[in-house]
Design a protein around this ligand. Structure first.
Ligand SMILES: NC(=O)C1=CN([C@@H]2O[C@H](COP(=O)(O)OP(=O)(O)OC[C@H]3O[C@@H](n4cnc5c(N)ncnc54)[C@H](O)[C@@H]3O)[C@@H](O)[C@H]2O)C=CC1
Ligand SMILES: CC(C)CC(=O)C(=O)O
Ligand SMILES: [Mg+2]
Length: 348
């Protein structure tokens, strides 16, 4: 029986994860679920945002479902005791270097986008964000008096391994990869660009590759999102661009992700713990439920079940928009609609 470790975390994490777990139990009743602490709640209980007991559990799991971490209660903590530090440590411990963040506008849901319907219609982008390198990890990082340092650093092999995932994904999709960097200014981007191009020329000649600067992509991805198929980029740029891309479907609350590496995968919504709405029962659980779909597809290799969940979410979104999407459905009402949809034939 596959084992999934569930880490609900902080803020709206427990609310959206409870919804996601209900759906997972419904579609995969054979899966064993094991809950553990991460983030602020783990600091409070164990004095660490990523306790050893959680580390041992995730390393022995077939997949990990994560909620969100962080919140004002822990914002003043020293860096090792911050919830976000626990999340970075989790990703590192699991070796999940490729973070897949799909951005999709399903038929009939264009009206949920703040963009013009014709701009949002049919958008289907996969952002592949490098997750274990760059300025978030390693290197020189410190505050020294009035000066602070962080270091952006990448090796050729780190760039190659995430680029492989992007090229592989493009081969299953529309065959195009846009590599996003700042090669006009940064040495790291110069190495990034050269490495992605070399790999494409050596091993992925059927894939069409282009390179764009991150500042320009920040504009084009909202002006003309249909121009993108797969985007591959480094950690910080991918973090920012994917939140920006959430505007296209209409909310962070519909953006799932899968983080893949050599071991078990980690599946989590891209949004944070949303302290402004935590505890109100209004968080949109779609991103967490769609992360379950990604867990079923990539983690447990059950693509048909993943499709079922995605169809049920799409159907629920058509009539039960939550507050972030201009509707009035609560977390529970939306989740009920998804569960009801699971009993019905799959649609679009
Ligand atoms: N993966 C994670 O666990 C992440 C954690 N964080 C942490 O979360 C905390 C809050 O960060 P913010 O910058 O405010 O970003 P956030 O993503 O938590 O919230 C940004 C805005 O989006 C809304 N939002 C987010 N998810 C939603 C959902 N499912 N349904 C409805 N509305 C939703 C929030 O209400 C807020 O207005 C911080 O402590 C931050 O460090 C931030 C990003 C990722
Ligand atoms: C460490 C996290 C808070 C970074 C983040 O915003 C994300 O992974 O989306
Ligand atoms: Mg982020």
């Amino acid at each position: 029986m596959p084992k999934v470790v569930v880490l609900a975390g902080d803020g709206i994490g427990p609310e959206v994860t409870a919804a996601a777990v209900e759906v997972l139990r419904e579609v995969a009743p054979d899966v064993t679920l094991e809950e553990h602490l991460i983030g602020g709640v783990a600091v409070d209980a164990h004095g660490s945002p990523f306790p050893d007991v959680t580390r041992d559990a995730v390393l022995g799991a077939d997949a990990v479902l994560l909620g969100t971490v962080g919140g004002p209660k822990w914002d003043g903590n020293p860096r090792p005791l911050r919830p976000e530090t626990g999340l970075l440590a989790l990703r590192k411990a699991m070796g999940c270097f490729a973070n897949l963040r799909p951005v999709r506008v399903l038929p009939g849901l264009e009206k949920l986008s703040p963009l013009k319907e014709e701009v949002a219609r049919g958008v289907d982008i996969l952002i592949v964000r490098e997750l274990l390198g760059g300025i978030y990890f390693d290197g020189d990082r410190r505050i020294e008096g009035d000066t602070a340092y962080n270091t952006m650093r990448y090796t050729r092999s780190e760039v190659e391994r995430v680029s492989r995932v992007a090229f592989w994904a493009a081969e299953q999709r529309r065959g195009r990869v846009t590599s996003v960097d700042k090669a006009n200014v940064l040495e790291v981007s110069e190495l990034w660009r050269g490495t992605v191009q070399d790999l494409r020329d050596r091993e992925y000649r059927s894939v069409k590759l282009n390179h764009e600067y991150v500042d320009s992509v920040a504009m084009l991805i909202v002006k003309d999102p249909a121009r993108y198929d797969v985007i591959v980029t480094e950690n910080l740029f991918g973090d920012i661009l994917s939140d920006l891309a959430a505007v296209i479907p209409g909310s962070l609350g519909v953006m799932p992700s899968a983080s893949l590496g050599d071991g078990p995968g980690l599946f989590e919504p891209i949004h944070g713990s949303a302290p402004d709405i935590a505890g109100q029962g209004v968080a949109n659980p779609a991103a967490a439920i769609l992360s379950v779909a990604m867990l079923l597809r990539h983690g447990l290799k059950r693509p048909d079940t993943a499709n079922r969940v995605e169809s049920a979410v799409a159907q629920a979104m058509r009539g039960n928009a939550t507050r972030d999407l201009g509707g009035t459905a609560t977390t529970t009402q939306f989740t009920r609609a998804v569960l009801e949809g699971l009993g019905q034939p799959a649609v679009g």
